[in-house]
Design a protein. Structure first.
Ligand code: CAA
Length: 260
């Protein structure tokens, strides 16, 4: 990957996993349009790179990301927000087809919490705090926060967070289902990388279909979701890896997956 970025850092990949660091420490990783665009562009490049199977996204030690860049936000009036290209950039990030794990230490606020919720799995350090404090600024979450938070943590807690602006701890986030695992902060990235590497070793076609079908659950009723699942399940029956997986199990040997 030769492209260089100003607001994110792509570490050298390890075992087919790409670690991406948000890199605006001077503004607590506030999400400018440039940062979001660079992230979307990097993810799109990774999507078509067969050497990378999964991504871990992280921020800083004290702040994962402090939300939308409020200096940029201040310059937008109603027409500016109406014509804002950011929703399209967020959509590009959400459409990343490979597993995306957020490793969150410190504050994940506003757009920072929303960015974490764009990931498929969140691993949090025990110092992490999640919040949607837009209400304190006369705003509401604008990058999916209302819709994704309520699906992740349920109505009562989502209402509390969005209406009061109060943060929840990593432990509360874990208890409510927003976060998959809580670690000591020094281990957050390492644990996320390990998990990503575990997933990276699984047959890629099945991983991709599983992610796609799981995310559909947010968008459809049960019957439509079940039909979508069945179609993906049927498609996978035509893959070499599915046959190899079953044969290897029956022959008591390790499967050799080819991604076909
Ligand atoms: N946008 C732009 N700059 C930001 C920022 C943001 N969201 N958050 C922090 N910064 C900047 C500060 O302005 C400050 O810059 P200067 O040194 O130039 O003054 C620098 O980062 C350090 O910030 P603090 O001094 O505030 O640091 P702190 O350690 O005392 O507090 C914090 C950390 C709790 C994260 C605090 O910075 C904070 O509350 N930030 C704003 C959080 C917020 O309200 N986010 C929601 C934004 S709106 C949104 O996200 C909409 C949406 O849905 C997309």
């Amino acid at each position: 990957m030769t492209q260089s970025y100003q607001t994110i850092i792509l570490e050298p990949p390890v075992a087919a996993v790409q670690l991406i660091r948000l890199n605006r420490p001077q503004a607590h990783n506030a999400l400018t349009s440039l940062l979001l665009t660079e992230l979307a562009t990097a993810l799109e490049a990774i999507a078509s790179n067969d050497d990378i199977a999964a991504v871990v996204l992280t921020g800083g030690d004290k702040v994962f990301a402090a939300g939308a860049d409020l200096k940029e936000m201040a310059a937008l009036d109603m027409v500016g927000v109406l014509n804002d290209t950011r929703p399209a950039i967020w959509r590009r990030i959400y459409q990343f087809p490979k597993p995306l794990i957020a490793a969150v230490n410190g504050y994940a606020l506003g757009g920072g919490c929303e960015l974490a919720m764009h990931a498929d799995i969140i691993i949090a350090g025990d110092s992490a705090q999640f919040g949607q404090p837009e209400i304190n600024l006369g705003m509401i979450p604008g990058a999916g926060g209302t819709q994704r938070l309520i699906r992740a943590v349920g109505k009562s807690l989502a209402m509390k967070m969005v209406l009061s602006g109060e943060f929840i701890s990593a432990l509360e986030a874990k208890q409510s289902g927003l976060v998959a695992e809580v670690t000591v902060p020094e281990m957050t990235i390492e644990r996320a990388m390990k998990l990503a590497q575990t997933i990276a070793q699984k047959p890629a076609l099945a991983v991709r279909q599983a992610k796609d079908v799981l995310l559909k659950a947010f968008e459809t009723d049960l019957e439509a979701g079940l039909q979508y699942e069945r179609k993906a399940f049927t498609v996978l029956a035509g893959s070499d890896d599915r046959n190899e997986g079953i044969n290897a199990f029956l022959e008591k040997r390790k499967p050799k997956y080819t991604g076909r």
